[in-house]
Ligand binder design. Structure first.
Ligand code: SAM
Ligand code: SF4
Ligand code: SF4
Length: 327
């Protein structure tokens, strides 16, 4: 990414903070709800939605770039089920965006050739084989580990995504060691409850004290593999404060059919405009939130909000994390 674009991004964050302006620096794009898995804690595959065509996605990427986009994050469903995933990654890369993708790993061997252009690829891993397969289906652990090995052999930077649940809350050591041994970066998330896209996860939610102990263990390990900020980890255990939120101002969430939301938590609670009907610029311009949230558990948005809160004073912290992701 060109230096001038990075510099512009800092100006845009400052303009958002102090002048209330908008600029779309980050897009969180759910490309499909289709999936080749059926994880216990995830309802996404049951949420059937239309999907944009390749051309519509290209147009959306063009508009996102013009609005200032730097980071384009692709999630799902299982994004590798899109036949045109390689074309989309390449299009966004050729536009000059940083592109990340999260996968369950099952189709990595099949799609390896088209993934090489990604800046980061995250593979979900919830613990040792028994725990991972219990949550994510038989054979899923081996698929994830094979995917990680293959990606690394091909010189790609891999990140692990781990959801902390009742089933793996005592397996944090295993996950930290795995990340250390495999030289992969690691991100932890809390299990989401009561969302439109989650089933009843009641019995999978860890006990509060166990969760707090696990997060303390992550913090105390001071592992260089963990990419989560201390602000974020503190917030998860009720110690930090909610940062000012820039959802709909500096980032947004786009659904497979082109509906544009400030963030994924506002699905169904916000009158989304569809970019195929009005264009991304208009859908983004119109986004206003009248109510502030009391809570936020989505890591990507929390980290972005902590990041924007600190600009320009935390630039060295940011560059350190980017450097570690690239190592
Ligand atoms: C929805 S999946 C989509 C990408 C891909 N299918 C995968 O599993 O990596 C993105 C991430 O959300 C996580 N996730 C799914 N349901 C969750 C829940 N109820 N709470 C927290 N994270 C969840 C998954 O473990 C995964 O790391
Ligand atoms: S977490 Fe990912 S792999 Fe599992 S069901 Fe949800 S979308 Fe599919
Ligand atoms: S849930 Fe989080 S990211 Fe979404 S609007 Fe609320 S504070 Fe912002």
């Amino acid at each position: 990414m060109k230096l001038i674009r990075k510099f512009n991004a800092i100006i845009k964050v400052l303009s958002a903070k102090y002048l209330g302006r908008k600029a779309l620096l980050c897009v969180d794009f759910r490309i499909t709800t289709r999936c080749n898995n059926n994880c216990l804690y995830c309802n996404v595959p049951a949420m059937k939605t239309d999907e944009m065509t390749t051309r519509q996605i290209f147009k959306m990427i063009d508009e996102a770039y013009e609005l200032g986009c730097i980071y384009f994050d692709i999630s799902g469903g299982e994004p590798l089920l899109r036949e045109d995933i390689g074309e989309i990654i390449n299009y966004a890369k050729n536009r000059g965006l940083l592109v990340g993708l999260v996968t369950n790993g099952k189709l990595v061997a099949q799609k390896l050739g088209v993934l090489k252009n990604l800046d980061t690829i995250a593979v979900s891993l919830d613990g040792p084989v028994d725990v991972h397969d219990k949550l994510r289906g038989k054979g899923s652990f081996q698929a994830a580990v094979d995917a990680i090995d293959l990606l690394q052999k091909n010189g790609m930077k891999v990140l692990l995504f781990t959801v902390l649940t009742e089933y793996n809350i005592d397996k944090v050591d295993y996950i930290l060691n795995f990340a250390e041994e495999h030289k992969v970066m690691l991100h932890f998330n809390k299990i989401f409850e009561h969302r439109s896209y989650t089933p009843d996860v009641g019995e999978m939610v860890p006990k509060h004290n166990d969760f707090v102990d696990a997060v303390k263990l992550i913090k105390d390990s001071r592992s260089r593999q963990v990419i989560d900020s201390h602000h974020y980890l503190d917030y998860l255990i009720g110690k930090g404060t909610l940062p000012k939120c820039y959802a709909g101002q500096l980032f947004c969430r786009i659904d497979p059919n082109g509906d544009v939301y400030p963030c994924q938590d506002l699905l169904g609670k916000f009158m989304a405009k569809n970019l195929c009907e009005v264009g991304l610029k208009e859908a983004f311009r119109n986004m206003k939130r009248d109510k502030l949230c009391n809570d936020c558990n989505c890591a990507l948005y929390l980290e972005l909000n902590y990041l924007f809160a600190g600009v320009p004073f935390n630039i060295s912290e940011v560059t350190d994390r980017v450097r570690r992701l690239k190592q």
